[in-house]
Ligand binder design. Structure first.
Ligand SMILES: Nc1ncnc2c1ncn2[C@@H]1O[C@H](COP(=O)(O)OP(=O)(O)OP(=O)(O)O)[C@@H](O)[C@H]1O
Length: 578
């Protein structure tokens, strides 16, 4: 190793960029780091590291009397761009306890900036932007660093190069375009091409996704929704409706009538075949295979609820979502296929398919969404207003549900909330069962089978008067329910959580809702609440008209069936760091 005239220590410098990756290869050079001072910058196989040429008295810097660690490295996996910038100012050190103040003054020099993300100090899932500007008197040296860093970034796997972006301008508080503008420069700096479509009306993104040709579709690495859950649902449906070829779930009439046994063995299902784990078999479209590892969906949150973003990135932040997209993260997501058989009791049977990525709800949930649509002008507050109005009405609905019961190892060892295996339960119990929450590298999602007892599936039934019926595909965390509707629901375990709220007093229902709204609450520990893990269910209303809520969108259905497809789509995300 020898020092060259410009202060660079080089080894194997003659290696071309692509080979500049071995443990033996390293490049070290003295540069000026903006606002820090003179540093020895080292190029390592996995990133850059630097240390002050004149070390500090201790590892901390002090700014306005507040101590903070001085950054000393960035991994290539967190870098999204490097840019050579013009000859210009490098600011002197603002580290107050630097031993000497050789580099305390501003001066002009050639510069390059390394752009990346770092974990926020306050929230583990949150990412913030960082930019390190280094300076050197020699332009060639700066250019060499830029080339080497670019060569390493090119080796990073799975990063998108071309994306289709849909922006909903009126989403949430009407900030869809502003939200996109706040992150668009990150995409261009990262050299990710984007085709941006700002929607003009509801349904436009669905139509465009449904009609896009295979050639154009495969030219994209994914599609991004800048909006809320409803907007993402629209894009997802446009994508799946024409490409996902799977038999329908069984109709309520196939499962049988209420006069049959309450717990019967699974009948022969003419429409869907299920494997021995209770998972529906998929008949794939040969043009675009599903699940597709490469093609991913991204959501940049701008909606009123943003539950899908909360559950997949752990926060509700456009920069964090952009981090997951430009760095090419990937997580699988279960999707529920909902087939409506009849709109009203008097309608003829006409199957109509919709997909839901987070939640399908009836009764209270359907009424809240119907009511809230009247107050869309209120923005996100409409849900609180509509929720209060619907709660005060305290309506219940006669309906019949049949569900495919799935027993899992976990379900056997841990009593379910609302399902204590025949044991007598107080009407409310403060004890909370241990639950496995879905997080980054989730073991439950990464296991190959959704349940441990193949063949142990049976159809069970529940008939009566319900305040609400909910099927959660994921935890559905949101501002109103910080733990989600189901704290231990997973992104891709192949299961839905069916939550049946039987008719009860107004006070008890309020108690249940209060538990949902509380972090660490026990919303299922009530006699009137049933919680079942399932892969498929059917529903028939006893009334004439009934409204469901699919991912926050209205869906009128008198009779429907639903089944979940494990990991049907991939998302630019890695799961919450909770
Ligand atoms: N340009 C548009 N004008 C009106 N509605 C639109 C437009 N583009 C899309 N939509 C529809 O608006 C509905 C709501 O959108 P979105 O989900 O983004 O907002 P939100 O309801 O405020 O948020 P959330 O679903 O998170 O509660 C979706 O069904 C979407 O299809």
């Amino acid at each position: 190793m020898e020092r060259d005239v410009d202060g660079c220590m080089q080894t194997e410098q003659s290696l071309p960029p692509a080979q500049f990756d071995g443990q033996a290869s390293s490049l070290s050079c003295t540069l000026f780091l903006d606002h820090v001072g003179e540093v020895a910058l080292t190029f390592n196989s996995d990133g850059l590291s630097w240390k002050l040429v004149e070390p500090l008295d201790n590892d901390d810097s002090t700014c306005l009397g507040i101590k903070s660690k001085v950054a000393t490295e960035i991994k290539f996996s967190d870098v999204y761009a490097v840019e050579l910038i013009d000859y210009g100012l490098i600011h002197g050190s603002n580290i107050s306890n630097a031993r000497k103040c050789l580099s305390c003054h501003d001066f002009e020099i050639y510069r390059f900036t390394v752009h990346g993300f770092q974990r926020s100090k306050t929230l583990p899932s949150l990412r913030v932007l960082v930019a390190y500007t280094f300076g050197h008197k020699d332009l060639q040296t700066c250019q060499m660093w830029v080339n080497q860093i670019n060569a390493s970034l090119a080796l990073e796997q799975g990063r998108p190069k071309n994306l289709l972006v849909f922006v909903h301008p009126r989403s949430g508080k009407g900030n869809g375009c502003k939200t996109w503008d706040s992150v668009a420069s990150i995409f261009s700096r990262a050299k990710v091409k984007t085709k941006v479509i700002v929607t003009q009306k509801a349904g436009q993104a669905l139509m465009m996704m449904a009609s896009i040709g295979i050639k154009e579709l495969i030219s994209y690495d994914g599609v991004i929704a800048v909006g809320g859950d409803g907007f993402f649902n629209e894009i997802l449906n446009g994508f799946l409706l024409s490409r996902h070829k799977a038999p329908y779930p069984p109709t309520p009439s196939v499962i049988g009538t209420s006069s049959q046994n309450n717990e019967q063995q699974s009948p022969l299902l003419p429409s869907t075949s299920y494997d021995s784990y209770g998972v529906p078999n998929i008949n794939q479209d040969s043009e675009f295979s599903l699940p597709n590892e490469h093609f991913r969906f991204g959501i940049i949150p701008a909606g009123s609820t943003d539950a899908i973003v909360m559950c997949t990135t752990g926060t509700r932040d456009p920069i964090t979502s952009t981090f997951h997209i430009v760095l090419g993260k990937r997580v699988c997501l279960d999707v529920a296929q909902v087939v409506r058989w009849k709109i009203k009791s008097t309608s003829k049977v006409e199957p109509f398919v919709r997909y839901a990525a987070s939640f399908a709800g009836y009764g209270f949930y359907g009424d809240v969404i119907t009511e809230s649509e009247k107050y869309r002008w209120m923005g996100p507050k409409r849900y609180d207003y509509a929720g209060t109005r619907v709660f005060l009405k305290h309506k219940s609905y006669q309906a019949e549900i049949a569900y495919l019961e799935v027993k899992s190892e976990e379900a056997k060892s841990i009593p379910e909330r609302g399902n204590l295996g025949g044991r007598k339960r107080p009407f409310w119990s403060p004890k909370k069962s241990e639950k496995v929450v879905c997080r980054v590298n989730c073991e439950v999602c990464n296991t190959t089978t959704p349940c441990s007892h193949p063949g142990e599936t049976k159809w069970s039934r529940s008939k009566g008067s319900f305040l609400s019926i909910g099927a959660a595909v994921i935890a559905c965390r949101n501002d109103r329910a910080p733990d989600g509707l189901v704290v231990d629901a997973h992104l891709s375990d192949g299961l839905m959580h069916l939550i049946l709220i039987k008719d009860c007093s107004h006070a008890l229902y309020l108690w249940h809702l209060t538990q949902l709204a509380r972090k660490g609450g026990n919303p299922f520990d009530f006699k009137f609440v049933e919680h079942h893990k399932t892969t498929a269910f059917t529903f028939t209303s006893s009334g004439n008209e009934s409204v469901w809520n699919l991912d926050g969108e209205l869906f009128q259905a008198h009779q429907l069936s639903a089944q979940v497809f494990r990991g049907l789509v991939s998302l630019f995300a890695s799961g919450p760091e909770v």
